[in-house]
Design a protein around this ligand. Structure first.
Ligand code: SF4
Ligand code: SF4
Ligand code: SF4
Length: 353
């Protein structure tokens, strides 16, 4: 996974009609003739496959509904209607679906959002086409149903549960074609294995460790793991701090030495494309609570002394303080309810057990 023109942070958003997100799912599920045209759906699917974090501008034509009703229906002529007005006005069926998709995503039309998050939210909230492409129509002559709506193409993809990170990393390219991973290209096992080998070697010889603050807490939650994890380097970093509690740790904002082997880490962009904003917010929450800036460097022992002194619950960082769950993109981590933080403090972490 290398950096390319689509993945650059200044890349132009990819414009997509909101309900075409769903049509692309139908095409992946086997539909050969979506109403938007196969070429439109294929172009979107190619963009998703090339870069999972591609920024999508998710469009719906709201402006057509701002023309005054006297101008539209009584030919008042106060404000001229645009030349394409009638065609846009008549596309009410597509407009309804576009707005449904915006509603499901919780966005105002024409908002830009990375593809991975748009689809995680859409497939979580809309596992079937009920209410989107079928199920509401009183008169099919006025509201024609898409002929593909009841053929199960969408559901074949959207109803497959999203696998846990460990399973994703363990299966690599074998995931391709299954549910969500029929839309996005999974990282290959060979690439993740090579990244694990290289990053573990780097951690073993490092004079200083680079750890994002949130992962300093995850190291606590996983401190009873005895074997290295396939999906990250939490165990290897913990072991270095247990054996050398005075080793320096630099607190990064963003991905760190933990992330290299992970299925949702994009090495070319140095990006966690599954949880970037959420994890950065946790990093910053923690730094504020610790009274430190990004890049602060301190011995591991001192880092954990500060954590235990100033952070009294995982809920305050990983559960947003009140456990709220506004959207899949910002979902709290379920482990905040555990007692790992207090237990680790009682054990004298990072002292070797
Ligand atoms: S059923 Fe709906 S999502 Fe599927 S191709 Fe038709 S309009 Fe698009
Ligand atoms: S609650 Fe979850 S995110 Fe927070 S430290 Fe534990 S494992 Fe990490
Ligand atoms: S922050 Fe993202 S990339 Fe890093 S280990 Fe966690 S899920 Fe993987």
């Amino acid at each position: 996974m290398k950096r390319d023109r689509r993945s650059a942070s200044e890349a132009e958003p990819y414009d997509v009609q909101a309900h075409h997100l769903a049509c692309a799912v139908c095409v992946r599920g086997g539909c050969k003739s979506p109403p938007c045209g196969r070429a439109t759906a294929r172009a979107l699917l190619d963009a998703l496959w090339a870069y999972p974090h591609v920024p999508l501008r998710i469009k719906a034509d709201l402006d057509v509904a701002r023309a005054h009703f006297f101008d539209v229906y009584a030919r008042r002529g106060d404000r001229p209607l645009p030349s394409d007005f009638q065609a846009r006005h008549d596309a009410y069926g597509q407009r309804r679906k576009d707005l449904e998709v915006c509603r499901l995503l919780g966005i105002y039309p024409n908002t830009v959002i990375p593809a991975f998050h748009a689809y995680r939210t859409l497939l979580t909230r809309q596992p079937t086409l009920d209410g989107l492409c079928w199920g509401l129509t009183a008169d099919p002559a006025v509201w024609p149903e898409c002929p593909r709506a009841r053929q199960g193409y969408y559901e074949k993809i959207a109803s497959v549960p999203f696998p846990k990170l460990k399973e994703q990393t363990a299966r690599g390219e074998a995931l391709a074609g299954e549910g969500f991973w029929a839309l996005f290209r999974p990282r290959t096992r060979a690439a993740m294995r090579a990244a694990k080998r290289a990053s573990v070697a780097r951690i073993a010889r490092a004079e200083r460790l680079y750890i994002r603050p949130n992962h300093a807490l995850c190291i606590i939650c996983t401190r009873r793991e005895t074997e290295p994890l396939i999906e990250d380097n939490l165990v290897e970093l913990r072991r270095r701090m247990e054996t050398e509690p005075d080793i320096l740790v630099t607190l990064t904002e963003g991905c760190c030495m933990v992330c290299d082997p992970c299925n949702v880490y994009h090495p070319g962009e140095h990006l966690c494309y599954a949880a970037h904003p959420k994890n950065v917010l946790r990093d910053l929450r923690m730094l504020e609570m610790l009274g430190l800036k990004p890049g602060a460097t301190l011995p591991a022992r001192e880092l954990y002394r500060l954590i235990f002194a100033r952070i009294h619950s995982l809920k305050s960082v990983c559960g947003w303080g009140d456990g709220t769950d506004y959207a899949p993109l910002w979902a709290p981590c379920g482990r905040w309810r555990g007692t790992a933080l207090a237990d680790a403090q009682a054990e004298g972490f990072p002292k070797r057990r």
